[in-house]
Design a protein. Structure first.
Length: 640
């Protein structure tokens, strides 16, 4: 088969080419799509018709492209790049499309084929694009003092779209990125080839259409809480070498001869940013320095005092080509979600959220039980543990909880922790000479021990090494006061009349009880305050004088002990593994529900009131009893 156009659409010239031959083989069925072929030669990807130009005027598109010297959206940039120079040799690139039926519909737009004219930036209409290889950009002539030109001649009548596809480095693509214009359909009565009118509703300079490009703009902000300072903080804005315009080789084009710092780092280069710049009237803002569409990353080198370094690997972002803001690049572009992108006054702004340092100080005893009623003071110190000020940075007392949280400790700083007061239940350290020295890591995220000092100044502790509090919790250790109880069982009468040679009685069995609640802080403190008296008129909050009539089941049974050949029973000799629970000072419901560590009775007894009760006498002896309210009971041997 052969194909030839018989009648073209209205306004188009007939295509007189005979296309073919095309064959349909017996094995083929359905529809066969064909392309323009002459013999074995493919002429195009699609069949096209060209506008009928005989007898019609043709138009010439003339563009005045302005690369602006400033971006009005950023009135006072910290540093300027290419926009502050002479703006020579800048170019923009375009594609030209035609709407075949005159209706503005991008789905129907067909790219126009253009051939180069005699000068740079000049092009001549050459029909419609038939092959993908012809879908090329056209470029303006190089700019002079920020102005470049573009001209396309011999355009037949119709509706066109000129789309900017790229622009000079350091500039945004114009917004919107395309314009439409119309070449009027006018008869060329004179036959001299006069130009048709170009219909365009935008800005013109004479017969030229004026199109503007604004320099790129960017701002970075570090978010902190009101009243805090960014002083001393440091950041870096990284890009590949050459991606920050106005580098150390090209100069910064700042007009006044000064330049922003740009430091090479391997295949990259970075602009340093200080907290002082961030707090200045300009902030850290750039005009004409960054390239749109290119990747950059921002890292925090040193955090503001009291804050963590927000990011280690850096927020990876790029400026949108049309100047509509920023966008993160890839899944790792916004590490941990600590960056935020904002459009503030049409300026794409990268915001690094605040992350104050936060650490926990917990006090436990040697059995990991909660410790309360201790007072702590924290001082700023040097690396040797010496105070930088006699005034404590903060003071707290463990009352309802043994955990205290502190925020905004400074990264890299040293701190001296003193325990200035303790509960009566624990061994006391010196309130001012003894301390624990710690340091905050450079990123503000971890506590660090100071070699040779931490834990060596009579206050022991350890930094949590696993779990959700890894590196952020310091466990200060307190030593629960424990003492051993010993009782000797002997014959009441000496072997020698008037002598002291009492027989030691083996085999007597005693039970050891702790008076319930006597180990609690308030009871133990009252007992200690009143010289361990079982009752004191000045201490109405306790009375241990009526223990003889008290049921053993009301108290806590600890152990059964049997006197040895020397008549001795002692908690020192109890079987290994025999334990009891210590009183927990936990002051909240959550901690009260925790299973307390059990204390081995071989370690000793905590502060409180106890008694022995003889259950089985040695052979040949009887248990000593007392009559209480008319009832005989085995005697209780009470001790504190």
């Amino acid at each position: 088969y052969y194909v030839m156009e018989i009648l073209p659409p209205k306004g188009y010239a007939r295509d007189t080419t005979v296309y073919g031959p095309y064959s349909i083989k017996g094995s083929e069925s359905g529809t066969k799509n064909i392309v323009p072929m002459v013999g074995e030669t493919k002429k195009a990807d699609i069949f096209i018709d060209v506008r009928e130009q005989r007898g019609y005027k043709v138009g010439a598109l003339k563009v005045k492209k302005i690369f602006e010297s400033a971006n009005s959206d950023l009135t006072n940039p910290y540093r300027r790049g290419v926009s502050a120079g002479n703006r020579d040799n800048l170019k923009a690139e375009f594609k030209l499309f035609i709407y075949p039926d005159g209706t503005v519909d991008d789905k129907k737009a067909v790219q126009v084929k253009l051939r180069a004219g005699l000068t740079e930036g000049a092009y001549i209409y050459d029909g419609k694009v038939e092959l993908d290889a012809d879908k090329k950009n056209i470029s303006t002539a190089p700019s002079a003092l920020g102005i470049a030109g573009l001209e396309v001649s011999e355009l037949p009548w119709g509706m066109y779209k000129l789309e900017e596809t790229a622009t000079a480095d350091g500039y945004f693509v114009m917004k919107p990125s395309s314009i439409t214009f119309k070449v009027e359909k006018e008869k060329d009565i004179s036959g001299t080839g006069s130009s048709a009118d170009i219909i365009y509703t935008g800005v013109r300079d004479g017969e030229k259409i004026v199109l503007n490009n604004k320099p790129t703009i960017f701002r970075f902000q570090k978010q902190i809480e009101t009243g805090d300072s960014l002083s001393g903080s440091k950041f870096r804005l990284y890009g590949k070498k050459g991606d920050s315009l106005g580098d150390t080789v090209k100069g910064a084009f700042l007009g006044d001869g000064s330049s922003y710092g740009l430091t090479e780092d391997g295949e990259e280069a970075y602009i340093p940013i200080t907290g002082e710049v961030l707090e200045s009237p300009t902030g850290f803002s750039l005009e004409g320095v960054l390239k749109s569409g290119y990747e950059y990353r921002l890292i925090e080198e040193t955090a503001p005092k009291g804050y963590q370094i927000g990011v280690k690997q850096g927020g990876i972002f790029r400026l949108k080509k049309d100047g509509s803001g920023l966008e993160f690049v890839g899944a790792s572009g916004n590490e941990s979600g600590i960056f935020e992108i904002k459009l503030i006054g049409n300026v794409g702004t990268l915001v690094l959220k605040n992350s104050p340092t936060k650490f926990t100080f917990t006090e436990v005893d040697q059995y990991e039980n909660t410790v309360l009623h201790s007072e702590f003071k924290l001082y700023e110190a040097n690396s040797n543990g010496e105070k930088l000020s006699v005034t404590a940075l903060t003071t707290w007392t463990n009352t309802g909880s043994n955990t205290h949280e502190l925020s905004k400790l400074h990264a890299d700083a040293y701190y001296r922790l003193e325990r200035t007061n303790q509960s009566v239940l624990y061994e006391k350290n010196h309130p001012t000479n003894d301390y624990y020295l710690l340091q905050i890591s450079h990123d503000g995220k971890e506590l660090k021990e100071v070699a040779g000092i931490s834990g060596k100044k009579n206050i022991s502790g350890e930094i949590t090494k696993e779990g959700e509090k890894k590196g952020t919790e310091l466990k200060i250790k307190a030593v629960r006061i424990l003492a051993h109880a010993t009782l000797i069982k002997q014959d009441r009468e000496p072997k020698t009349v008037g002598g002291t040679d009492y027989a030691k009685l083996k085999g007597a069995k005693f039970k050891l009880y702790q008076v319930k609640d006597s180990e609690k802080y308030d009871k133990a403190k009252a007992l200690d305050d009143h010289a361990n008296k079982l009752k004191d008129s000045a201490a109405p909050d306790y009375d241990y004088t009526a223990l003889d009539g008290r049921l053993e089941t009301d108290d806590i049974f600890l152990a059964e002990l049997t006197s040895d050949e020397n008549g001795v029973i002692s908690t020192k000799t109890l079987a290994e593994g025999l334990t009891h629970k210590t009183y927990s000072e936990a002051g909240n419901e959550e901690e009260r529900k925790k299973e307390n560590q059990k204390v081995s009775l071989r370690d000793g007894l905590a502060l409180g009131v106890y008694y022995f009760v003889e259950e089985t006498p040695p052979t040949g002896y009887t248990v000593e009893q007392e009559t209480i309210a008319g009832v005989k009971k085995n005697k209780k041997y009470v001790f504190v």
